[in-house]
Design a protein around this ligand. Structure first.
Ligand SMILES: Cc1ncc(COP(=O)(O)O)c(C=O)c1O
Length: 475
């Protein structure tokens, strides 16, 4: 054994203790850490081969200071959860056990994943769905649409997994306001981004107009299609009427894929659960866990009713692996990865530790924080809300018709306060900002600090007439 490796082995308990102390310092210091850190690290190359203590010291010196407080309570960019204490514990043990969850016969790890999937299915009101862990909502949408593609093949008498997508031809994919990951998935699947047919949404909404969807399906003259419905759009957290969409299957042949990346968590709040009514009707369903379940990256689940089609796409035939049958519980036959980590353990830990009560409280608190910020923004001169706060995202912009550059400058000025981080977006053609609440630590006191940072950044913006509103933005 390499002597440095051997010495690390002897030192392992102390080494992990040192890492634990380091992680504790990071977590205790989240409040002081700049929400968006300086990404420019010193460029001197590392001198390798000096053991893990040295690696830890080098990491702490060169890299850790440039890591953002993304796990903290005022990082409101994208839809970024943190990691609950139980989830961190589960994630550490995932690494310590280092199970390969490819084959159900190897250890109990696959059974733990199945149990976790069952807990999540119950949380979201799924019924008769199978599930598997993947790396994120993009991967979950990819797997769901791969199964959808196979289903369309089945309708047309084509075995896409064997014959290839060329034998299938084009597939219409209908959606009101699909997330960008849908286009990415269609590109990977060989169906192409152009397969998406945008269906009109309801006035001033991102929810699909179900009557327009029915018309679009009608125009297909019985051709099997895929409908991608949203349970929580990224800008304004709007929800399609899942029940009404599902009911259209009585008249038209289509596969219903529901993207509930973070909106699915509405199910945990009695006041909002109606928004995801009908989710159990989905043929495939995507939910992210590194967002609102607050497990560490990277973790999501893909649910489907048609495991047989899933196996057809993802089975991995090799003499050294167990054979795939239609109801296999070998995850290596169900997802793009073959060898895979037990990412279910962090979710299992947090669900076992806090249950639906604890996680429901996180959801309700995040929603209350979003409403509070929405009210404050609406009452702030120079700012305007672009949509009502439906769940956990506040979408707002500067008064008038701000340019994209100006909104980006505003976002930069907010980030420069070190207090919070919001992501710029474009909603309904209008450059805007999004503040997304999904961290278990966030409280009302954080909202006050976020609002103060927004106001201070706004006051510091160049207010000269040429920099101000009144010009058409270039969109
Ligand atoms: C609705 C929706 N779908 C899919 C995704 C993609 O998620 P991920 O970045 O985990 O792949 C997101 C990310 O914000 C999302 O909001």
């Amino acid at each position: 054994m390499d002597p440095t490796l051997e010495s690390d082995l002897l030192d392992l308990p102390e080494l992990l203790e040192a890492v634990r102390r380091s992680a504790v310092r990071v977590l205790a210091g989240l409040d002081e850490r700049p929400v968006r850190a300086d990404p420019h690290a010193p460029v001197e190359p590392p001198r390798p081969g000096r053991g893990s203590r040295h690696a830890l010291a080098e990491f702490e010196r060169r890299w850790a200071p440039g890591f953002s407080a993304g796990a903290g309570p005022r990082y409101l960019g994208f839809v970024t959860g943190g990691a609950t204490p139980a989830a961190i514990a589960g994630d550490w043990l995932t690494t310590a056990f280092d199970q390969n969850v490819v084959n159900a016969a190897d250890s109990r790890a696959s059974a733990l994943e199945a149990e976790t999937v069952g807990m999540l299915g119950a949380l979201f009101g799924l019924d008769g769905h199978h599930g598997a862990f993947v790396t994120g909502a993009t991967a979950s949408n990819l797997v769901g649409l791969a199964i959808a593609r196979e289903w369309v093949g089945e309708q047309r008498g084509v075995d896409v997994a064997e014959q290839g997508v060329a034998a299938l031809g084009s597939v219409p994919v209908l959606s009101g306001a699909p997330h960008s990951s849908i286009g990415k998935a269609l590109s990977i699947l060989g169906l192409g981004r152009d397969a998406i047919r945008r269906v009109p949404t309801l006035p001033a909404r991102e929810a699909v107009d179900v009557a327009a969807l029915a018309d679009a399906l009608d125009d297909l003259d019985g051709r099997p299609a895929v409908v991608v419905a949203n349970a929580g759009t990224v800008n304004t957290v709007d929800f399609d009427d899942l029940r009404a969409i599902a009911a259209l299957r009585e008249r038209y042949p289509f596969w219903l894929h529901v993207d509930g990346a973070f909106g699915a968590f509405a199910a945990l709040s009695p006041e909002h659960a109606h928004l995801v009514d009908g989710v159990g009707e989905a043929d495939s369903f995507c939910v992210d866990l590194h967002k609102w379940l607050n497990v560490p990256y990277d973790s999501a689940v893909q649910f489907t009713r048609r495991r047989d089609l899933q196996v057809r796409v993802f089975r991995n035939d090799a003499a050294y692996l167990t054979a795939a049958d239609a109801d296999t519980s070998d995850y290596g036959h169900l997802v793009p990865e073959s060898s895979r980590r037990l990412r279910a353990l962090a979710a299992w830990f947090t669900l076992t530790a806090y249950g639906d009560t604890g996680h429901g409280e996180i959801v309700r608190r995040c929603v209350a924080c979003a409403r509070d910020l929405g009210d404050r923004v609406a009452a702030t001169e120079g700012l305007r809300l672009l949509a009502p706060v439906r769940l956990n995202v506040v979408c707002f912009t500067l008064d008038g018709l701000p340019t994209l550059e100006r909104v980006r400058a505003f976002a930069d000025a907010i980030a420069a306060t070190g207090e919070t981080f919001l992501t710029p977006t474009v909603y309904d053609g209008i450059p805007a900002l999004r503040a997304a609440f999904s961290n278990w630590r966030t409280t009302g006191a954080d909202v006050a600090r976020v609002h103060a940072a927004i106001v201070s950044a706004y006051r510091g913006l160049d207010r000269s007439p040429s920099a101000d509103t009144g010009q058409d933005h270039p969109l």
